[in-house]
Design a protein around this ligand. Structure first.
Ligand code: DGT
Ligand code: CA
Ligand code: CA
Ligand code: ZN
Length: 587
């Protein structure tokens, strides 16, 4: 039995435990073990045969898990899994991905209707069979059918953060081969798209030179994390991972690495335009080199910089390569100086343990300071979001007092290197009213207004609702302007053009949510927001200190929107400078 099969059994057991509503720590220990097993370069079956104690040397594998693995190797299965499979089926795990579906509903569907997979759930929902079950009325069935449709449409793409994690994992394994020096993700991942269809990894180093490449190809083709090997060529290996993500690996000599990187980064349309530009100059561009047509002499091949230069273009950052005017701008030397992570000085949207965050005000501020920020706003939820323990007016005011207190403690402890602004993320109610009193909002430096409910309103109603919220003079930032969740919830219907225009007139800033699960506004909306003169902020919406690191995903989307530091308000050096540029507070 190979490592991947062992990992699959462990992962399946984790999913079955999830449906069984088992202890989350137990579920996680199986998931972590599956990942650890997949990472191993030596065969666990042979380790077990030699001496099962060796398993304990693997991080993420303790005594109990080592015994489980030994049992898998010896018997081909695991007693716990066999036991769970008497109650449930592995296909149920897909059902957990649908909106509104938790382990309890999945278990209920099975016990009451014998439904265990996507197809039979769809049939049951269409035939009205769910209506007989508690909390699963007609409305639920309609939502579910929509969820199934979206899931089918989206299940072939992967969120950029997840694809990026896989790319790093694979790159680390490939780099272990002697003579491989670089592994670079290309394709949509390098361009920073929100989602990725497949991974394209380019590999170079002495081991990739023509006469030596066979051994390196062999190494890649036998990586232990490969689920299905799809193709193996002279310098190319394609395979899928256990989660169905496809990976295309190409191994190239150093001398043509730049041309390959350029070619496989795409986008396809960018490359088509670039090749046309080459032809007009008597050149031809391929994945191997930029050549002179008349004598096939190599003009450039080793680096992307040389290739763009030889085409009389400034270097075009990957995020801009979508054939949206970047070639013209590069020719005119008018590409923007794109924003970078280092330009960000503050983060204006985060939650604490007062509502649904994990950490305290002080922990969030210290984590922000460690990440080089000079100011943050604490913006917990308001009362309409009851499930987050949202703040009512009294608690919100108490929270402001607490935030100010911690701010002065930190000024003392860190000599003013970090400021904490009192803020709140209020709900825009279905009619456009804000769910807290104006007198409460008046105490806050940062008021973010977000739609968190009644997402199904038709376009006119939703637009009017958000426009009304913008008129509240205390609102300084519009949060979640589309309400979508990447690959899992469609945006609500809204006339974004009208919203952005009004926000611009009123001086309300619009927020890009850096979380890769949210990423609203999208790159296209952001570009429009800048054209219309809207203030733009990029915030993490962190619910724990680690989530402050999501900022880098936000920066990628801002770069795709052609934004510079000057276009983004939270690049301003101090809290005071920032507050000066937001909508003035009513007197
Ligand atoms: P994805 O994977 O759907 O998220 O998007 P990409 O852009 O990564 O597309 P992919 O993986 O099919 O190809 C990666 C890059 O390689 C693509 O951006 C351009 C280049 N490329 C691959 N195959 C072709 C092709 O048949 N024709 C052209 N012109 N370019 C190609
Ligand atoms: Ca790709
Ligand atoms: Ca590909
Ligand atoms: Zn939030």
């Amino acid at each position: 039995m190979d490592n991947i099969a062992i990992a699959r059994l462990l992962d399946e057991t984790a999913a079955l435990l999830e449906i069984d509503a088992a202890d989350p720590f137990r579920i996680r220990s199986y998931r972590r073990a599956a990942e650890a097993v997949e990472q191993q370069t030596t065969s666990l079956a042979s380790l077990v045969a030699e001496d099962p104690k060796q398993l304990l040397a693997i991080t993420g594998i303790g005594k109990g898990m080592a015994a489980n693995i030994a049992s898998i190797v010896e018997s081909g299965t695991l007693p716990l899994r066999t036991e769970l499979l008497q109650k449930y089926k592995p296909s149920m795990l897909e059902l957990l991905r649908l909106p509104g579906m938790g382990p309890k509903s999945v278990a209920l569907l099975w016990s009451a209707l014998g439904v265990a997979d996507l197809d039979s759930l769809e049939v049951a929902a269409r035939e009205g069979k769910l209506a007989s079950l508690p909390r699963m009325g007609e409305k639920f069935a309609a939502k579910l059918l929509k969820g199934i449709e979206d899931y089918r449409k989206n299940s072939s793409r992967f969120r950029i953060d997840r694809a990026g994690e896989q790319a790093e994992r694979i790159a680390a394994l490939i780099r272990e081969f002697p003579g491989i020096e670089e592994v670079t993700p290309a394709g949509s991942l390098r361009r920073g798209r929100e989602t990725v269809g497949d991974l394209d990894l380019l590999v170079t180093g002495p081991a990739c030179e023509h006469d030596r490449v066979a051994a390196a190809v062999e190494f890649v083709a036998s990586l232990p994390l490969i689920d299905k090997l799809l193709a193996r060529g002279q310098n190319k290996v394609s395979f899928t991972l256990r989660n169905n993500l496809q990976v295309d690996v190409r191994l190239l000599p150093r001398a043509s690495y730049g041309a390959a990187l350029q070619y496989f980064t795409g986008s396809k349309h960018h490359n088509v335009s670039l090749r046309q530009r080459a032809i007009k100059r008597g050149l031809t561009l391929s994945e191997y080199a930029l050549l002179r047509l008349e004598d096939n002499a190599i003009v450039a091949a080793a680096s992307e910089e040389e290739i763009y230069r030889a085409l009389d273009l400034d270097y075009i950052p990957p995020e801009l390569r979508e054939n949206c005017g970047e070639i013209e701008a590069a020719a005119a030397k008018s590409l923007p100086q794109l924003i970078t992570r280092a330009d960000i000085r503050g983060d204006l949207h985060m939650h604490t343990d007062a509502t649904d965050g994990r950490d305290t005000i002080r922990q969030m501020a210290e984590a922000a300071l460690q990440r080089g920020l000079s100011y943050i706003a604490i913006t917990d939820h308001s009362k309409n979001l009851a499930m987050t323990n949202g703040l009512d007016d009294a608690r919100a005011l108490e929270h402001v007092r607490r935030i100010r207190e911690v701010d002065s403690e930190l000024r003392r402890d860190y000599g003013g290197r970090i400021r904490i602004l009192p803020g709140i993320e209020v709900d825009i109610l279905a009619d456009g009213a804000i769910d807290l009193e104006d007198s409460t909002l008046a105490q806050m430096d940062i008021v973010i207004a977000s739609v968190h409910s009644a997402f199904a309103q038709p376009l006119e109603e939703m637009t009017a609702r958000v426009l009304r919220a913008l008129e509240n003079p205390h609102v300084r930032i519009l949060g979640h302007p589309t309400g979508r969740k990447v690959l899992s919830r469609e945006p609500y219907a809204i006339d974004m053009e009208r919203v952005l225009r009004r926000a611009s007139e009123l001086g309300v800033a619009v927020e890009h949510n850096a979380s890769p699960a949210r990423a609203d506004l999208s790159d296209i909306h952001l570009r429009r927001a800048r054209e219309l003169g809207c203030g733009i902020v990029v915030n993490t919406d962190a619910h724990s200190t680690e989530e402050l690191d999501l900022m880098r995903f936000g920066i990628t989307q801002l770069r795709r929107a052609w934004l510079s530091a000057a276009d983004v308000l939270n690049t301003l050096p101090s809290a005071d400078a920032l507050l000066d540029r937001l909508r003035p507070k009513p007197r």
